[in-house]
Design a protein around this ligand. Structure first.
Ligand code: ARG
Length: 281
């Protein structure tokens, strides 16, 4: 009996060694299995560990699923651009993808402490974050924009910087919208920043008149404005930035994931995922 068990264990070990990340784990969350399923049509066969250099069965992605169209809930499942790109990367590496939803400002810490393998959350590459994590190449561009009510006296980003300005600005806690408005405006005595756990909560505060505007990334801004009457996005852009995947410093995953990402950019998979969620104007 013992011998049999040992043999079985050996075969299992060998199989894992041969396939690297095996995708036989069926205990993944609804979110991850759905993301994997939707990407399988777009990508090809699994790679083995000898070519990918990844010796994990499951890749844990830290995200904050409050950011349509990059990551958000559809029922119980986390879907969106990042979820699908991550699933395609995991598939290329022969790994199962598991998505962990958390507060946005916990992602960098979770990744740097090794509680997650990577962070993908429409996350902007910043000097500050580069102190704690490494980033992949960029896979998308984001723009910080300003959402106001249709009748707002604020008509451009410049109005936020005007002498004597004293707006209440809503942001998602820990995002670049928070960081920039805090540094540029609150520190200069030109605004009070109200920090919310979710962008959607900032938008609700705007709708009920508790704040004067919301500074947030353009794609979620569009989604929130579409979902609510009486809001608009100002034409002027606040800051243009690059989204990338973050890893613990010197992680062994950075290179293989980055290589997989670049292959998916080159073969058009990333663009087709983006096109599925963002319709060009
Ligand atoms: N791009 C902004 C940043 O990196 C906002 C990202 C928010 N993402 C999210 N999944 N809530 O700070």
């Amino acid at each position: 009996m013992k011998k049999l068990f040992t043999a079985a264990a050996l075969i299992a070990t060998l199989t894992m060694a041969l396939t690297g990340c095996s995708s036989s784990d069926s205990s993944s969350s609804a979110a991850s299995s759905s993301a994997a399923a939707s990407s399988s049509a777009a990508t090809s066969a699994e790679a083995d560990s000898s070519s990918t250099g990844v010796d994990k069965d499951v890749l844990i992605m830290a995200t904050n699923a409050e950011f349509p169209p990059y990551e958000y809930y559809e029922g119980e499942e986390i879907v969106g651009i990042d979820a699908e790109i991550a699933a395609a990367i995991a598939e290329k590496l022969g790994c199962e993808l598991q998505i962990e939803d958390m507060a946005f400002d916990s992602i960098v810490l979770a990744v740097s402490q090794g509680k997650a393998d990577f962070g993908m959350a429409g996350m902007t590459v910043t000097e500050d974050r580069l102190q704690s994590v490494d980033f992949s190449d960029s896979y998308a561009t984001g723009v910080q924009v300003v959402i106001v009510t249709e009748d707002s006296p604020i008509t451009s980003v410049d109005d936020l910087f005007a002498e004597g300005a004293s707006h209440k600005i809503g942001v998602q806690n820990g995002t670049t919208g928070d960081i920039y408005t805090t540094d540029d405006l609150e520190s200069a005595g030109l605004a009070t920043i109200e920090r919310y756990n979710k962008g959607a909560d900032a938008v609700q505060a705007l709708l009920t008149g508790k704040i004067d505007c919301v500074v947030i990334d353009n794609e979620p801004a569009k989604a929130f404005v579409e979902a609510n009457e009486g809001l608009k996005i100002l034409d002027t852009e606040y800051v243009v930035e690059d989204y990338a995947i973050c890893f613990a410093k010197d992680s062994a995953l950075t290179d293989p994931v980055n290589t997989a990402l670049n292959e998916l950019i080159e073969d058009g998979t990333v663009q087709s995922i983006i096109d599925k969620y963002i319709t060009a104007e």
